[in-house]
Design a binder for this molecule. Structure first.
Ligand SMILES: Nc1ncnc2c1ncn2[C@@H]1O[C@H](COP(=O)(O)OP(=O)(O)O)[C@@H](O)[C@H]1O
Ligand SMILES: [Mg+2]
Length: 257
């Protein structure tokens, strides 16, 4: 018989317990956040601006130490093993003097690893094989975010954190990037945690949507998205999809924001 502790270990990749954060200026950003991510799952976090979503994401990634509470990533604290995490922010943060290829190489260079085939195959996976030698100024916003995604994945992280990665893109490019992200996630064994302000994007991509509301932010709703995969854009026209979107919107509005 398997013990409960073993079961939890097997079904939980990342676990946050009672996480709160107060910034040095006294602003309490989040309060008592607990969540767990199953290995290989896709979780979206939605909520109004300023509610603490980025703060939570940075804590999950080990970039920020919480004032209280704990995060464990396969039972090792993330700040002790930075390699399991890849992050993409809203702005691509590419180095303008490096080509797409050289930007993607960067995390490997930091680790002293040379893996040109891996870089090349990732550029192909994100649909940029013809642009390896282009500079960021020669790329569209969507293409630059693809480079940022490849750079976040090149060291083979187990956890991919995305903070409004498509927030600066136009609506059509954004939809397309969402579909691409799902394809990439299916092709790689990675657990995804994505902050987005688009409820439809969250429902279309995720297995579970967490709703954060209040000041300080708390997770006030967990919505399981039991829609079949692969998910096409046409799914948005279905009653099941629209009901999930309405439930999440109601959860945000009930909180009075
Ligand atoms: N570095 C910081 N120093 C002080 N306060 C911060 C800092 N970063 C964020 N905050 C504050 O914490 C709260 C939550 O911010 P944030 O996590 O960025 O929210 P969101 O990503 O949901 O918009 C806000 O009140 C914000 O002003
Ligand atoms: Mg934010």
């Amino acid at each position: 018989m398997t013990s409960l502790a073993t079961q939890t270990r097997d079904t939980t990749f990342l676990c946050a317990e009672g996480v709160s954060h107060v910034y040095p200026d006294g602003v309490q950003a989040i309060a008592d956040v607990s969540l767990s991510l199953a290995p290989g799952s896709f979780t979206a976090l939605v909520g109004p601006s300023g509610v603490g979503k980025s703060t939570l994401l940075r804590i999950l990634g080990g970039l920020l130490k919480p004032s209280s509470g704990a995060v464990s990533l396969r039972s090792s604290p993330p700040h002790l093993s930075p390699d399991p995490v890849g992050i993409v922010f809203q702005r691509d943060n590419l180095m303008p003097w490096r080509t797409a290829y050289d930007n993607v190489c960067l995390p490997l260079e930091v680790q002293g690893v040379r893996a040109p085939e891996r870089v090349q195959s990732l550029l192909e996976l994100v649909g940029l094989d013809g642009f390896a030698h282009s500079y960021p100024s020669q790329l569209s916003g969507g293409m630059a975010q693809r480079v940022a995604l490849a750079r976040a994945l090149v060291h083979r992280p187990e956890l991919l954190l995305l903070d409004e990665p498509f927030g600066a893109l136009d609506a059509l490019t954004r939809e397309r990037m969402g579909q691409e992200l799902m394809r990439i996630w299916h092709a790689m064994p990675v657990t995804v945690f994505m902050v987005t302000h688009s409820i439809t994007e969250a429902v279309r991509l995720a297995d579970e949507v967490l709703v954060m509301t209040g000041y300080p932010g708390r997770i006030t709703e967990h919505v399981v998205v039991n829609l079949p995969r692969p998910r096409e854009l046409s799914l948005e026209a279905t009653t099941a999809f629209q009901k999930l979107v309405m439930d999440i919107r109601a959860a945000i509005e009930e909180a009075g924001v």
